[in-house]
Design a protein around this ligand. Structure first.
Ligand SMILES: NC(=O)c1ccc[n+]([C@@H]2O[C@H](COP(=O)([O-])OP(=O)(O)OC[C@H]3O[C@@H](n4cnc5c(N)ncnc54)[C@H](O)[C@@H]3O)[C@@H](O)[C@H]2O)c1
Length: 407
């Protein structure tokens, strides 16, 4: 990606979809808190939202639809914060209009769509980022540094129990698009867990295959899954288990990564590092004592984020446009976590093991089964939460702690 030639080294960004999270992005940019970026426009299809935005941002141009906004030449970049099914089509239209794109997570609902966005970005030569804000958390960054440094050796096993995404029925009733196959395209795997699935692949790499059980409407009156258990096979024989839920209170957040020469455990805001003096594989076959353990040293690392991760990703995006620096969270990485969740649904719906990367046949089968879910939901034959209140739970433009890493 080339450097953007702007005279004053500041990009003009527009936020498309100014609800819960879009309001926060808009406010941060408007208040001048994002280096290299200023607010050029806002766009929302909801007239009530636009009326509120007109009051809050009287000096910022306001649009009712993405198409009209994308025709505005003075806008350099768009931040897409609509419900997920619009992320991919708006991103593709934005690249065609010559804009840089930062998309909220997930990159799309289906892997095939996410791959089309990556292609569109490459064709346009513009910057494409995705809002995986938890990548900025220094504890995860430290874990990644240790793994990539090589001292821990090969991965053997990883498990992540992240069930502290607790949501009440009122949450699911707060917005018409939430927790529906038509409005959202999935449940906890597509809304809350993308951050964790992304970090899992960022740390452990991509699995070769998954099997999964996704329980739909287990704890809430919804038609999509509110609990999922994924069993993953990684290269070299390593195994993984990923468990997530919105139905446990308070829930657990515990990530374990076991290697030949040590172990990383992230829990309670702390990274516990165990280092073995020798390779376990070597020790196993050279030790003369049956119950011996290799020498082990232990270190506890506590690192707190200095700023909110969303602002850091926004600044990283602006820097990539202005200076050509690599993105912390590039759009193409959005395909990885989405591949795991699409494969998990496919496995759960068919009872089969699903290989990754998803084959064209798997993508087509996933699309067919998702379409069937959507039709059943529309015709009222699938379980849903009933009549949705269709009122978005808009918390204003203030930052909500539930968007940060919670232990
Ligand atoms: N990164 C994070 O921490 C984080 C946090 C919350 C939400 N999100 C993501 O952000 C997205 C939005 O979530 P939310 O909770 O803000 O939803 P929301 O319903 O509060 O807001 C969505 C807004 O988009 C508008 N909209 C819908 N379709 C549109 C279209 N085609 N063009 C323009 N505007 C449109 C709606 O009117 C609404 O104001 C979701 O994809 C969600 O996964 C990410």
């Amino acid at each position: 990606m080339g450097k953007e030639q702007t005279a004053n080294r500041v990009i003009k960004a527009a936020v498309i979809g100014v609800g819960n999270i879009g309001s926060v992005h808009a406010a941060q940019i408007y208040r001048g808190n994002i280096a290299g970026m200023r607010l050029g426009a806002l766009c929302d299809i909801d007239p009530r939202r636009r009326a509120a935005l007109r009051m809050e941002y009287p000096d910022v141009p306001l649009y009712a639809g993405a198409e009209e906004l994308l025709a505005e030449k003075s806008i350099d970049a768009v931040i897409i914060a609509t419900p997920h099914p619009f992320h991919a089509p708006i991103a593709i239209a934005a690249f065609a209009a010559g804009k840089h794109v930062l998309s909220e997570k997930p990159a799309a609902v289906e892997v095939a769509e996410a791959m089309s966005v990556v292609d569109a970005a490459e064709r346009s030569g513009k910057v494409y980022g995705v809002m995986f804000n938890q990548r900025t958390d220094p504890l995860f960054a430290k874990a990644r540094e240790l793994i990539r440094g090589g001292e821990l050796g090969a991965l053997k096993r990883t498990s992540w129990t992240v069930t502290n995404w607790y949501r009440t029925q009122a949450y699911y009733d707060s917005g018409g698009w939430r927790a529906t196959w038509n409005g959202e395209g999935g449940g906890v795997l597509l809304n809350q867990a993308p951050h964790n699935l992304d970090l899992w692949t960022w740390l452990a790499g991509m699995p070769l295959a998954v099997r999964a059980v996704c329980s739909e409407g287990k704890y809430h009156r919804i038609g999509v899954e509110d609990e999922a258990t994924i069993y993953a096979e990684f290269p070299g024989g390593a195994t993984g288990v990923f468990i997530t839920s919105t139905g446990e209170a308070p829930g657990t957040n515990r990530l374990e990564l076991v290697f030949d020469r040590g172990r990383l455990l992230l829990e309670n805001g702390r990274l516990n590092v165990l280092r073995l003096g020798v390779s376990e594989r070597e020790f196993c076959f050279t030790s003369k004592a049956g119950y011996a353990l290799p020498d082990i040293t232990e270190e506890d690392i506590v690192l707190r984020p200095e700023r909110d991760g969303h602002s850091l990703i926004l600044e990283d995006f602006a820097r990539a446009i202005l200076s050509g620096t690599p993105l912390l969270s590039p759009g193409r990485d959005g395909v990885n976590e989405l591949s795991i969740s699409n494969a998990a649904y496919l496995s759960s719906w068919t009872g089969r093991r699903v290989e990754l990367p998803l084959s064209p046949a798997s993508m087509a089968e996933f699309h067919k089964l998702l379409t069937a879910k959507r039709s059943a939901e529309q015709s009222g034959t699938a379980g849903t939460r009933g009549e949705a209140a269709n009122t978005s739970d808009i918390g204003g433009s203030e930052y909500n702690a539930r968007w940060t890493t919670r232990w």
